[in-house]
Design a protein around this ligand. Sequence first.
Ligand code: PA5
Length: 430
Amino acid sequence: MANVAFDYTNLVEVEGGIGDGELRELRPRLEETMSTFLEDPPGFMRLPETDELSEPSKALAEEVRASGATDFVHVGIGGSALSPAALHRALNHPFYNLLADRGGPRLHFAENTDPATLSAILDVADLAGTWANVVTKSGSTAETMANFLVIRGALVETLGEYAYGERVVFTTDPEEGYLVQIAGREGIRTLQIPPDVGGRFSVLTPVGLFPAAVTGLDVDALLRGAAQCAGEVKERGADHPAVQGAAYHYLVDTARGRNVRVMMTYADALDRFAAWFVQLWAESLGKEGKGSTPHGAVGTIDQHSQVQLYMEGPQDKVIEIVEVEEHPRDLPIPEAYKDLEGVGYLGGHTMAELLNVECNATRKALTEAGRPNSTIRIDAIDEEHLGYLFHALEVQTAIAGSLYGVNTFDQPGVEAGKQITYSRMGRSGY
Ligand code: PA5
């Protein structure tokens, strides 16, 4: 069982924090929003309870692993890349690609159209053993298609026009988009992203599951954690702490003017998870002049970079600490230099202990200075806890969208730039 706790005490108890009255006043809207949400749940809500998407992902991943693949290039951007990148960063060894006994291919992410990155991937990848997974729900995103065309060219050159297709997988909408057409022409295998699940809510579709399974992660445990969260959300409705978080964050923005939401993870492994959340919150809520600005930070590193600003800069922020009870690994700090008081005191403690003591210290310092903060506490960084957390924050974002009165699931603001790019790159009709 995943043990995930959401603690909002320091959003209420700091001076100038959210008042009980404000929460009470919002409560009927929260309950109404929640019952509408549960009566007609968005597509992502059913994902934890089905194996329709995980089974094909696992089977194909097994094939990739059994083929002796050396490299696996995940091609995608935005919601089509951030969740698998978060999973990889959190759960695989930080130097996974360098490990001789990693048990799966090296994993590369081709997201941007920066030629330096793609060239670097091609420098490293052994094309004779390379698979490419092209992930685009719309099947037409320029960045993804450009990366695909370059990788396709390289694979065709190495493997030949026909054999290259055996090393390519398309993860896309079952019916819409150009990838479906190309798959039909070239016999390329596809994994499906359900039409009613948008990119940033797609971690539990093959977008997140397939690359995770390719690197040997336990996708069943990921789904189990998400299903636990989904069950608890259904049971507790507006009392579920992730749902209540939507109300707290909505109020801290709209009633307190704190419109920067900082997610500060006290674990390096969760830095890409924060990047995933930043996109989820930003693209879902930033509409019609509404929404708060999400920002990712890492403790302790950003104590030496940003905490000064949080403590004494403009009071427009709310800090959300993500704390890990049991770190996956720990190291004792050896005793040495006992005569030097600024060094010797560290010996006999452990690195994880120091990390968590600093986490507590930051929380206490913020609270004592009257800076609103909340904490998400997870027992461990593993598939089950991450599954729970992904799902909980998706629910929270969807409920927050309703409180703000925006459409959580569209992103009209990114269209204009796309149209101009199409026109300048000579796409007909633009
Ligand atoms: O969350 C979203 O919907 C977006 O960030 C998309 O994932 C992103 O624009 C990429 O779209 P596509 O998967 O269609 O290539």
